[in-house]
Design a protein around this ligand. Structure first.
Ligand SMILES: Nc1ncnc2c1ncn2[C@@H]1O[C@H](COP(=O)(O)OP(=O)(O)O)[C@@H](O)[C@H]1O
Ligand SMILES: [Mg+2]
Length: 314
């Protein structure tokens, strides 16, 4: 179910950690990056007409735009030109694109295209409706929240299966699409796991695991962040943080089965070794839960959800 144009297969041959190809292509970045000018609503970047500014993050701005050839809307993530001369952010940008180019999963936002246009480095994605953070400001039924939770766990499990640590799992980085589809994005801080951990305190405080805040992100810290987002999905709140003891589950218990509460509890254990070792293990535990809600009309193996569940998790 992947749409659009993907990076050339040649780009995929270069692993994010391989030195030479990165150095070569960074040279290309540098040579082309000089001419960037600021972007206004209504302006054109090749076949894209900028419609609206959607969000701004660490080093990039995200716009909605009309693809005038395909006649549909897209999201353009464009690193600010003032960062484009900085080797470190070029490296980050390139890594983000290459990681996303490898991802092919219905719950991970697909990359449509990435290239220079008029001196801007433009990363193109399908346009979603809003983020999970936006959605959380309105009431969400437990059944809908469960549908999202299942997809979110399967997205992170897929990333971990590909040896990718996300490191910035939070509601702003899940994008919603029609038919209750949710997709993980923003692999800007992601790393391909090689076993050795870099010492860097990246990740957003709030959903960040205690050990990640201390500079040691692992698969278990992604599990923690995911657990907190799911906790919030069902309670409306993030538990008071940083917490040494597990947060109160009273808010959660209403309507959730014991099995599912235990799953969340295990994901957000403050001690990393007590958590699921990665999202694959969390996902496996999830598939064993027959009834995640006390309302047994919602069954993860029942007819209504099976299709979504197996299709999205496979
Ligand atoms: N495909 C998309 N569709 C709709 N909005 C998006 C999309 N991608 C990003 N956004 C919006 O832009 C914001 C920033 O995008 P993100 O990829 O998370 O970059 P950053 O590194 O700047 O956080 C998101 O939180 C969201 O509000
Ligand atoms: Mg983001």
């Amino acid at each position: 179910m992947v749409h659009g144009v993907w990076l050339s297969p040649a780009a995929l041959l270069f692993s994010a950690s391989s030195r030479l190809p990165v150095a070569v292509s960074l040279k290309i970045f540098r040579e082309e990056a000089g001419t960037a000018t600021s972007l206004r609503v209504g302006s054109r970047l090749d076949k894209y007409r900028i419609l609206r500014r959607l969000g701004e993050g660490g080093f990039a701005t995200v716009y909605s735009a009309q693809d005038l050839v395909e006649d549909r809307k897209v999201a353009l993530k464009i690193p600010d030109s003032r960062y484009v001369t900085n080797t470190q952010s070029l490296d980050d940008m390139q890594r983000e694109v290459r990681i996303m180019a490898r991802m092919e999963h219905p719950s991970v936002l697909p990359l449509k295209d990435a290239r220079f246009i008029n001196g801007h480095f433009v990363i193109v994605f399908p346009l979603g409706e809003e983020t999970l953070a936006d959605r959380l400001t309105r009431r969400l039924s437990r059944a809908a929240a469960m549908d999202y939770a299942v997809q979110m766990i399967s997205a992170v499990a897929y990333a971990h299966e590909q040896s990718v640590l996300h490191r910035d799992i939070k509601p702003d980085n899940f994008i919603l699409f029609p038919d209750q589809v949710i997709r993980l994005t923003d692999f800007g801080l992601a790393r391909i796991e090689k076993g050795d951990h870099e010492i860097s305190g990246s990740g957003t405080l709030g959903y960040c695991a205690p050990e990640q805040a201390m500079g040691k992100p692992t698969y278990r810290s992604d599990v923690f962040s995911l657990g907190l987002v799911i906790y919030r999905l069902f309670s409306g709140d993030v538990p008071e943080y940083p917490f040494d003891k597990l947060p109160s589950f009273n808010k959660l218990r209403r309507g959730l089965s014991k099995d599912f509460v235990d799953l969340i509890r295990k994901a957000i254990e403050p001690t990393p070794s007590k958590r699921f070792r990665d999202a694959v293990a969390m996902h496996n535990a999830m598939t064993k839960i027959r009834y995640p809600l006390t309302d047994r009309s919602v069954s993860l193996r029942g007819a209504a959800v099976t299709d979504a569940y197996t299709r999205r998790i496979a």
